[in-house]
Design a protein around this ligand. Structure first.
Ligand code: NAD
Length: 399
């Protein structure tokens, strides 16, 4: 029988919800490219419940215990003596969400001799040292597509809120003001602007589709070119370098995974290619950007605004400059963990576990690493190597 260690974020400060704002959520069974939403044999939770926090347990306890397995759930993941570290010695599976990632570094993997699989309940497995997983023959799987559309909604929301200066204007209301001139002296329309996405995978393409009705000019950079029919339908300009995309875009959004090729792709040097006053929205991964270069670009006016929900490390230490830099619209990492998304990735996690325990193949599109090499979405969207360096700084959040 297996021991499964599941690292989840803390419950709400006022306790686990007893009721919710809405009584139901739409039932999404298929994604835009025809891929089906997760299909576990059953679920033991009500769709729309809070599943990603410790008491929600991703809805897995009944299923796992009925099969004789042991489930350990904790939010204590950082620092040398964390509960996660204490449980690794006999763990067979580790599950965590990118919002509150269990950084599975080579050091942690070495402490877990029985570890066979690391599951990302969500999308984006950069918190695992993929090279170390390949070297040990550990399977890494994620729930591809589960929250791609959720994130795309957040991207569009944050683009509009930066360009239209929404957050400062909202704050004037809270402060009791009616300061029209203060609000509008940084407010523009997105109509007619050039908007570009770095990566046009599931999220990036969705963002392009959602933006089309705003009558903007759309651009993308991706190592996989989109079909001509899609380029034509959305009137897309394809770029083969970040420099060429950044030079013409008023708004840029990052939608590629973090892997050795993309780490710190936005830095002091590449920011010089951006138009002065460009907006940057990053809901992909914090480490795609050089943290201090972003803060400096906002201070100098090279960037007019920065928003997103991803930081490095997570949780972000109290003194992380993105908490206090000017003209930002950051949220904690939430875009992919709406209650709607949680329903899908909890079901997807169960589907992956059912396949694993029944010795059935895990869907190819869910695989990041298998059999010592990148597989599935990992082979399509990642490069081999490790991007977890510096993640031990997450322990600073507690101090
Ligand atoms: P996807 O696999 O469908 O798309 C990724 C795209 O990135 C692919 O088209 C790939 O070709 C492209 N790409 C990879 N390396 C590139 C490079 N060097 N240059 C240009 N393009 C490159 O994945 P997705 O569902 O669109 O998700 C993308 C990423 O978004 C995830 O890996 C994750 O890091 C992040 N994400 C964040 C949240 C959140 O809650 N904020 C949720 C889901 C995903």
């Amino acid at each position: 029988m297996a021991k499964i260690v599941c690292v989840l974020y803390d419950d709400p400060v006022d306790g686990y919800p007893k009721s919710y704002a809405r009584d139901d959520i739409p039932n999404i069974t298929k994604y835009p490219d025809g891929q089906t939403a997760p299909t576990p044999s059953a679920i033991d939770f009500k769709p729309g419940a809070l599943l990603g926090s410790v008491s929600g347990e991703l809805g897995l306890r009944k299923y796992l215990e009925s099969q004789g397995h042991t489930l350990v759930v904790t939010s204590d993941k950082d620092g040398k003596n964390s509960k996660l570290d204490q449980e690794l010695h006999d763990a067979e599976i580790v599950i965590s969400q990118p919002f509150w990632p269990a950084y599975m570094t080579a050091e942690r993997i070495a402490k877990a001799p029985k570890l066979k699989m690391i599951v990302t309940a969500g999308i984006g497995s950069d918190h695992t040292d993929l090279q170390a997983a390949m070297d040990r023959g550990i399977t890494v799987a994620e729930v591809t597509y589960c929250n791609s559309n959720s994130v795309a909604e957040h991207v569009v929301m944050q683009m509009l809120s930066l360009v239209r200066n929404y957050i400062p204007s909202y704050n004037w209301v809270i402060k009791g003001g009616w300061n029209i001139a203060d609000c509008v002296s940084r407010s523009y329309d997105i109509e007619g602007m050039h908007v570009g996405t770095v990566a046009a995978g599931r999220i990036g393409l969705r963002v392009l589709r959602l933006l089309k009705p705003f009558d903007v000019h759309l651009h993308y950079l991706d190592r996989h070119k989109l079909p001509d029919s899609v380029e034509k339908e959305l009137n897309l300009t394809h770029h083969t370098s970040l420099e060429s995309l950044a030079k013409v875009c008023d708004v840029v959004t990052l939608n590629c995974p973090l892997h050795p090729e993309t780490e710190h792709m936005i830095n002091e040097k590449s920011l010089k290619n951006f138009k002065r006053g460009a907006y940057l929205v990053n809901t992909a991964r914090g480490k795609l950007c050089d943290r201090d270069a972003i803060a400096r670009a906002l201070e100098s006016g090279q960037l007019a605004g920065y928003a997103g929900d991803v930081w490095f490390p997570q949780p972000a230490p109290q003194d992380h400059p993105w908490r206090t830099m000017p003209h930002h619209g950051m949220t904690p990492h939430i875009s992919g963990t709406s209650l709607s998304a949680q329903t899908r990735y909890a079901a997807g996690t169960r589907e992956i576990l059912e396949c694993y325990f029944q010795n059935k193949p895990i869907r190819n599109e869910y695989l990041v690493v298998q059999g010592g090499k990148l597989a599935g979405v990992g082979a399509h969207s990642y490069s081999a190597g490790n991007a977890t360096g510096g993640s031990d700084e997450a322990a600073k959040f507690k101090r």
